[in-house]
Every structure is written in structure tokens, then in C-alpha cells.
Ligand binder design. Structure first.
Ligand code: ADP
Ligand code: ASP
Ligand code: MG
Length: 410
């Protein structure tokens, strides 16, 4: 008898029929003898609808109230899944994040899990019940309801799997695994049989929304095997694990794209110590993460500084940077939305010769202008216009022959 933590995403529980389908899958697995803890997302686009509703009554909804509102989406689903299981004569109980013991910090809308107190779940499992948990939410030390961030219900099952020492975590979604690129953009994308934690973390952080980056990170830290598979059909999916991957013929394991990127340029920045800190510290204080940073060589002790960030942070960041620019005596601040980034990811990419050159050649042959480039040991990222992102994914997928299976997978 194994303890398994599963998660079903929004599309997989979008209506009553899908919820009944999920309940049938759970009933079969329960009958087979596994102990199940099941995390669910809000139904379909409920979270977006709740956000729109809040916007209709307030321009600046208080973060505390917004979190309580958003947490209701997942609560509706967990209750309905439990009810559907009861009709199949399966003993089940549904729990909120707080009841499930998910303790977080107090940062509303982007809370981090500090600890999981699994006693309640363990008691329910001992009674033979299937435990359904509302994803994406927790409770702070001040007993406030918190949410973990958009798309973050993936984090809940991995945290629970770690706390409960589950055998494995299974994420069920609307695709049947992790692909070499988003299959909605590249129809020739190939499903990967397995992928390392490091590669998955990189793909997720660079835009592959199939798994939240903090879920990949937690899985890596606690060494929890994660299977990503379809909730609609049977299949083995993709295993994310820490096992050593044999040396691959093709170093590129995946292509990630993110069309929701923005860019800020500061002109005429005085070239002296402490200037970069003066710009980036206030951004960090407001929890705004910046990505690729490029500083040009200075001419007459003035330089230009450009960096990218998430589109959703652009307006707040522009205000902060304009203020900082005034204080350090810099020139114009230019904010540009509608840029995107495309990355090739794979262990050893940087040390293998030729990958960067092939990437740049493929993009130039597709007529795509690269605005910025950044690299790490495991990836090469290009910033471009948002309208070029999908074309770039397809061009790179073809250039690196990613539709072909690795010899180890045949
Ligand atoms: P859920 O609601 O189940 O959390 P998401 O919409 O968050 O599902 O994530 C699944 C989606 O991720 C897929 O429909 C797919 O379009 C997208 N995706 C992006 N990159 C990849 C990839 N490399 N492999 C598989 N899916 C990907
Ligand atoms: N319901 C939340 C969202 O839409 C969390 C999730 O589904 O992952 O962002
Ligand atoms: Mg998701």
C-alpha cells in the first residue's frame, strides 16, 4: 500500500462531468489499495473571474481580502470532489489549506510555505479516507488566509508529499507529460520520458507553465519523484527525478517560451559604484524580480542599463525606476511591454561547443532580431519581440531536431 499525493489542475476539474471523472479515477485507485491525498485547483477560469469581480468593486482591493476571495475557488472544487466520491461510496473528506496544515509567511498573493503540519491529514488517512485538499492556499502565523501565487497550486502537492513522506507526487493536467516545447505552439514537440530536476526547474522558470517553478524546486530539494500526466487518458507521462541522465546525444532537452516579458532601459546612467544597487534595491524591496540585465560600456562616464522583468510588474517597476533615476541623476527611463523570451535548456549546453552559434543562426534565418542574450550552465536565453516568440520556438525545435527521440529512449 503506497501513499500517493495527486494534483488535478483547473481544466481537469472545469465542470461537474470532469469532477465526476476525477472522482472515478480516485475511486479506482483507492480500491487498488493506495492511500490518496488529492490536491485540486479552482474550476476552469474561476480564479480569473474572481479577480475580475474584485476589479469591478475596487481599483485597489486589499491584499488580505483578495486572498480570501481567491482561496474560495479551490474550496469549491475540493468540496465537490469529496461529494462526488461519496456518491461512489468512497470515504472522503475535504480540507482547506489551513486545515491541511499548510503554514505560510504573510506575503499575500505570493506567500511561501514555512512548514506543513500533517497530523490532521495523517489522522484522516488512518481512518481509510481519501483526503482532498484545496491547492494554492495556506494560513499565516497571524491566522490570515494566504495564496501562493498564480499557477501555484502545483506547489501544494509537492509540499504535502515531502511532509507526508509520500512515495510519489502525481500532477494531472491537460497534456500527457512534459514536452520538448509547448505542444500548443510546436505540434512536432515530443513527450519526454523523463527529465532531471535541474532541467525542469530551468524550463519552468523560463516560462513552461506546465509545472510551477517553486514546485520543481521543492521536488528537487526533497528529492520527490514527480510524474506529470494527463487527467483525461491513461499513460505513463513524464517522470521528473534526480537520477543521473546518461550523456545525451542532443544537449537541448527543452525549449521554453515566455511571451509576457517587459523591458526597462535607463539612459545616461552615471558610471560609478553603487548605482546598480540604487536601482535594484528598491525593486527588490517591492518584491519585483528582474531577469536579464545588460549594461553597456560607458562613454564619457555615462552608460545605458537595460533589464527585463515580468509584464505584470512593469507599471509598478517603472514608477520605482523613475524615482531612482531622479535620485542618481540618470536620464530617460524607457519602458517597453510586448517583448518575449525563448530559451534552450539542457545540462551541459554551455560547455558543449556550437549550441549558441546554432541558436543565433536559426533565429537570424527566421528573420528574428535578438534584443538581448543571457546564458547559464544549463540554458541560453534570447529576448525578442513578443510577436516573434512562437516563430522562434518552431525554428529552434527544427534546428535542434528535437522531434527525434534519444537513443536511450528507444
Ligand atoms: P493546469 O491547469 O493543469 O495547472 P496549466 O495550463 O497550468 O495546467 O499547464 C498545462 C499547459 O502547459 C499545457 O496545456 C501546455 O500548453 C503548457 N506547456 C508549456 N510548456 C509545456 C511543455 N514543455 N510541456 C507540456 N506542456 C507545456
Ligand atoms: N487557481 C490558481 C490560479 O489560477 C492556482 C492554480 O490553478 O494553479 O492561478
Ligand atoms: Mg498550472
Amino acid at each position: 500500500m503506497a501513499l500517493i499525493v495527486q494534483k488535478y489542475g483547473g481544466t481537469s476539474v472545469a465542470d461537474a462531468d470532469r469532477i465526476k471523472h476525477v472522482a472515478q479515477r480516485l475511486a479506482a485507485r483507492h480500491a487498488a489499495g493506495d492511500k490518496l491525498v488529492v490536491v485540486v485547483s479552482a474550476m476552469g477560469s474561476t480564479t480569473n473571474e474572481l479577480l475580475q469581480l474584485a476589479a469591478q468593486v475596487s481599483d485597489h482591493p486589499e491584499a488580505r481580502e483578495l486572498d480570501v476571495l481567491l482561496s474560495t475557488g479551490e474550496m469549491v472544487t475540493k468540496t465537490l470532489v469529496a461529494m462526488a466520491l461519496h456518491t461512489l461510496d468512497v470515504e472522503a473528506v475535504s480540507l482547506t489549506g489551513a486545515q491541511a496544515g499548510l503554514q505560510t509567511d504573510t506575503s499575500h498573493g505570493r506567500a511561501r510555505i514555512l512548514a506543513v503540519e500533517p497530523a490532521r491529514i495523517e489522522r484522516e488517512l488512518e481512518r481509510g479516507r481519501v483526503v482532498i485538499v484545496a491547492g494554492f492556499q495556506g494560513i499565516s502565523e497571524e491566522l490570515e488566509v494566504t495564496t501562493l501565487g498564480r499557477g501555484a497550486s502545483d506547489i501544494t502537492p509537492v509540499a504535502l508529499a515531502a511532509a507526508l513522506k509520500a512515495k510519489q507526487c502525481e500532477i494531472y493536467t491537460d497534456v500527457d507529460g512534459i514536452y520538448s516545447a509547448d505542444p500548443r505552439i510546436e505540434p512536432n514537440a515530443r513527450r519526454l520520458r523523463d527529465i532531471s530536476y535541474e532541467e525542469m526547474l530551468e524550463l519552468s522558470s523560463l516560462g513552461a507553465r506546465v509545472l510551477h517553478p517553486r514546485a520543481a524546486e521543492l521536488a528537487m530539494v526533497f528529492n520527490i519523484p514527480v510524474v506529470v500526466a494527463s487527467s483525461f487518458e491513461e499513460g505513463t507521462g513524464t517522470l521528473i527525478h534526480g537520477g543521473v541522465t546518461m550523456e545525451q546525444f542532443n544537449k537541448v532537452r527543452g525549449i521554453a517560451d515566455d511571451p509576457h516579458v517587459a523591458k526597462i532601459t535607463l539612459r545616461g546612467v552615471p558610471d560609478q559604484p553603487g548605482i546598480a544597487a540604487a536601482i535594484f534595491e528598491p525593486l527588490a524591496e517591492h518584491h519585483i524580480s528582474v531577469d536579464t540585465i545588460v549594461q553597456n560600456a560607458s562613454v564619457e562616464r555615462l552608460t545605458d542599463l537595460t533589464f527585463t522583468l515580468a509584464s505584470s510588474d512593469l507599471s509598478a517597476a517603472t514608477k520605482i525606476v523613475k524615482e531612482a533615476a531622479k535620485q542618481i541623476g540618470a536620464g530617460e527611463v524607457i519602458a517597453e511591454d510586448h517583448v518575449g523570451k525563448v530559451s534552450i535548456v539542457g545540462t551541459g549546453i554551455q560547455s558543449a561547443p556550437g549550441y549558441a552559434a546554432r541558436m543565433f543562426r536559426a533565429l537570424s534565418e527566421a528573420g528574428i532580431n535578438m534584443e538581448m542574450i543571457s546564458t547559464s550552465e544549463i540554458r541560453i536565453t534570447c529576448i525578442m519581440q513578443e510577436t516573434d516568440v512562437e516563430k522562434a520556438v518552431r525554428a529552434l525545435h527544427a534546428t535542434f531536431e528535437m522531434e527525434k527521440a534519444e537513443a536511450s529512449e528507444l
